[in-house]
Structure formats: structure tokens, C-alpha cells
Design a protein around this ligand. Sequence first.
Ligand SMILES: [Mg+2]
Length: 710
Amino acid sequence: MDFIPPVAPFVIADLVVDQLNHAYIRCDGDGQILTINPAAERLLGIAAEDWNGSPINWLIESLVTDMYCPSRASAVYLEAVGWAHGVTAHKLPARHSSGKALELVMHTYHTGTADSPATTFILERVEQRLEHPAERETTLPRFQTLTRLAPVGILELDDQWQCLYANDKWCELSRLGRDESLQTGWVDALHRDDVNETLIALHDAIGRGLTFEREVRLQTPLGQITWISISATGLLGSHGRVSGILIVASDITERYRANEQLRIIAHRDALTGLYNRTVFLDRLATALESAVSPVEVALLFLDLDGFKAVNDTLGHHAGDALLRQVADRLREIAQPGDTVARLGGDEFTVILSRRFARDSAERVAKHIVQRLKEVYQIEGQQVFISCSLGIALGGQGKDDDDKLVQRADIALYRAKHSGRARYVFFSPELDRARRDHSILVSRLQYALESDEFDVMYQPQVDIASGAVIGLEALLRWPQAPRQDIGPGEFIPALEDAGLIGPVGTWVLRRACNDYRRFREAGVINANTSLSVNVSARQVGIDTFLSEVEEILESEQMPAERLVIELTESVLVSTFESGVIEQLKTLGVSISIDDFGTGFSSLAYLGKLPVDELKIDQSFIRDLHARPQAKSIIEGIVALAQSLGLHVVAEGVEDGSVLPMLSECGCTTYQGYYFAPPMLRDRVLEFDKSLVVEAAASPDCEQADRKPVQI
Ligand SMILES: [Mg+2]
């Protein structure tokens, strides 16, 4: 058998078109002429070899009779080729190379593929247009041969929208046989949701002499969807009336799916599948624009309390799993029309629209706070976490989206700083408080640079002997812009300003330095301890341990006399990191500050490497008023003793509680009754007998001890 070499479809097409009676010109995607058939040579009086490889618009310019306006030729070209994306037909006043005027109609077909774009022009003289059925019969086979090879679906309709011809590619795309496509059968291929709209728009465009373009779905009876891009143009009869329609359809399913994938990626949070920030902002703007009442839209802004600890202790994998479960619970709570989004990290938002009332927002917020508090099962472990939530209401003509987000954020901040696991509505007072806080945060940097901070010392006293056995160093800001700014306000602000690290280091260094001076002055003895408060953020700083070590060495501070005071929550959250163990290795003692106010105390207490408990002053204050307070203190002291821990009662303002503390087994106290916090110079004036002598005679009567007068 003879071997027949494979022939490229376009080569076959060129062989066929050489035989056509129609003038045929084919170009590549850049408009360079690839083929001019003999009919075109005859019609225009040109030689193909002179024009092959030339730009098509040069040829059009040479044909267009209106040579006084070359831009018209370019406009014809651009409209026909580049920018119309489909089949167009143009009447073209032109001329033969001999100078004879010609009235041409130029049909433009996009016949290439996405990888290899091509454009085909069919030119015919108006007076030669084929209207006679007999002529049509002779040209149809040629047309069909040409279109059979085209990589796009082609339909020819008559002026009654009856399909006269469908090529192979159309049959492949529509899954209809050729006969099934004829007459009105081609409409069955359109997705039934798209049919009416598509046909109306097509009718409208053709009626107005425009090219119709649209992306539509084809659907097989089994439901398989193909996306196509269709271009349709009217075929003009001899009197300029539409005598038929030519439809070209390209398969864009893959491109559509890729775009759809991109759209999903662009709009969804990859971890949780919730909407992302872009969609959230868009939906919020839309909700506010379409609101018809002033408090119609509620924005709930929430984040998880202590999420970082989950990541730190269980790993990021568990953290991600937790975020997914939180997202599921928010989805459950959301109603149709609500928008739930994850903005990043552990920040989520919910937009409630058309709920019309503060009460409804409050109900949803309460539900979310409750539901998110329920136990999570993460990788075989139970995880408990809560969320804080800020709510801002907005609506018609009142707020823009930025303002609403800012307000919800302010409310969230307040929820966090009011004890977490709660929701807070935005109010103007919160805004004022936030502004004050911002001013405070910006002022603190200056305070640090200008040496405005100071350290005060409050003695810790042995109840039995009245001896000062320790000093707690307390950060103070004497030059604070307002007198009422106390440590409770400016220390969180230092954390927010990212200054707790440098300020905390400064306090430790200064306190150790002062401790040496006190020793040299003889106002404390070798056994006196020095307690320094350290915040969660400070413990989390990488250089924390090395700084403690360096300060101990450079200030010649005996490590065994230094007590680091941490709150319960800091101890629990940093337990896994090993920092506490390493502090202990340095010889430093650990004290749990404000004991009894946390929520995880007893379960963890036995595991934590601590040396001391400081009973929170709230229990001491209640000692006379509430019998339970005494029982609690007794319980804490008994627990501490069983674990070998030293106990200090904080906030003793009234000497009458001391016998009760002694009865409870508590041996040490601290408070205004003995002395308020004092500046360094005041400590240096300290009555040495209170330390040295009292320490030397531990049996001295409590009645002999006198409070220090400041
Ligand atoms: Mg403290």
C-alpha cells in the first residue's frame, strides 16, 4: 500500500480554496497575508506573489477608493479584523488595479485557534452576490468543504432563523447530528436557561446591523455543559436586507473553567472556604448602598481569644483545623443573605443585612460567642477557646464601609480589653477612649526616649516578725500626660506600642542596679528578695532570656534573690515554650501574680515550676466582709503549702486583717498598711532596723511593728 503523508488541515483548505469562485484571502494573527486565491487575483487585478507576506491593511488601503482618507482603510481593517472578533460583513467601495470602480462586500471570518489565530476574508462584487437558488446550489458544496475544515462551529441560518447548514465542528460541540441541527433543531443545543435571552439579544443585534457576540452554554440531553463563544453576523441580500445569519462558535470550556477556578481563588479564603476580604468589602459596600433604614446593616467583627497559644502549643496544623471548625460553626449560624468572611489569621466578619434591629444583631452575636466557646475536637484533643466580638450598626446614608469596619474594630478592641469572651456594641464613648489610647501609645515612645519612667519599690513584710523580706519593683510614669493614667492603662498601651520589651528590660536593669545600691546602703540584707513583674509579650520576645542573664551578670544581682512575677495566663501560655524552665535554670524564682483571678489555676499549678503565689488583693479586701474570702485564702495557702510554695498576700491596707492572714497560714504580706510603693531615694532612707534588726529577731511581736510613714 502506498504511504500517504499526512497533510495539515490548512494545506487542504488552501487546495480547496484555489478552486473557489469567491475571492479568498487568508492572514495570520498579525494580519500578514498568507494566501490569496486565484479568484481574488482576478477580482482585484493583483498578483498573489506581490502581496503574500504583506500586511492586509496595505492591501485594503490600495483597494479603498477614498484615498484622501487613508485612516478609513485602517478603520475598516481594525473593525473587520482585530476588534470585532467574529464574522463581519462590510460594503467596500473599492477599485480594480486597472482603476475600474468595484462595489465589494467583504466578509471576515476568524478561522484560527487560540494558539494560531487567523483571519479569512471573502470578497465578492455586490452585483455578483449569489441570490439565485441555482447558484447557491453550486457554491454550497464549496462553502461546506471550506467550513468542514474550520476548527470552529459554523451555522448558516436563513432569514427565518431556520438552519440551512451546520458544519462538523458544530455537531461535535452541540452533540447534535447534522440533521438534528437543521431548521430550528440548533436551538435545542442551547442551555435552556440561556435560550430566550440569547435569541432576543441575537435578534436585536442582527436587526440593528451589528455583530452579535456572547458566551453561552450548550447542554446535552445528559446534562453535559460546553461553554462556547458565539459570533453572529447578518448576511446582506442584494437590496441591503438581511437574507440570513452566519454563526461561528468557538469552544471556550477550558478557558471558562480556568477563569472560574481563578474566580473562586480570587473570592474565597483557601483555608476555610469562606469569603475573603475582597468579597467582604464588596458585600459590605453593597449592603450599605441598598440599605433603606439607618441601622439596617450590622457588622460583626470577631477574633479568637488566645489563638496564638493554640498555634504555639499544638502546632499550626491544629491551629488551621481549629479555624476550619470555627468557620463551620459561623456558617451554621449565618442565615441566607448574611456574608461570613475570614479576613486573615483568626479574624472573621459577619455582615447581617435587613435584620432591622439592634436586638437581632445582639441575638446573633450572643449565639456566636456561645457556640464558639463549645469544646473543639482537634486531632484527638479537646481544645477550649472563646471569641471576642465587636458590633457596629450602619445603614442608609449614614456610614461608609470604612467607617463601619473601623467602628466594629474599636468595639472588638474593647471586648478584648474588657475580659474577652464577650460582645460589645460600638458607641461614641468607645471612639473617644480609642483616640485617647492612640495618643497615649504615640506618647510612650517619647517617654521612653526622654527617661520619663521611674521604678518604685513596695516592701514585702514577714507577718510574724514585721521584717522586710522583699521588695517588689513597680514601673511608674510620673510625667504621664494625665494624672489618672496608672500602670493599668499605660502598661497595656506599652504592649500595643511594641515597647514592652525595651521598657521591661529597662525596669529589670534599673531594679537590679537599685538592689545593689540598697545593699550597699544597708537598707536591705543579703536575704531580701527583689520581685520584678514581667508581661506576656516580654516573655515571648526571643532575646528575653539572654537579657535576663546579661543583666544578672552586669548588675551583679544574685539570681537566687530575683523573683520574676508572671500572671497565671502568661505561665500557662508560655509553659510549653520552656522559657520558665530556663529561667529556673538561671537560679531565678517564679511567682504567680494576682493568683485567683485567672481561670486555669488549680489544674496547672502542680505542673508549673513556681516558687511563690501572690494572693490577689480582691480576696484580702473582702476578708472582713465575706467569710468565704477567708475560706478561699485558707484553701490557697493549704494548696501552696502542699506544693512547697511561699505565699504573699497583696493589697493589705488595714492591719486588722493580719491576724486573720496568720490564722490562714499566710506568712508574708504587701500593701499600703506597711508602706506604699516608694521611689529609690525614699528606700535609701529606709529605717534599717525594720530590715536588719527585725530579721535578726524573728520572734518579735507583731504589735511592736510600726507602719512606715511616707
Ligand atoms: Mg506584681
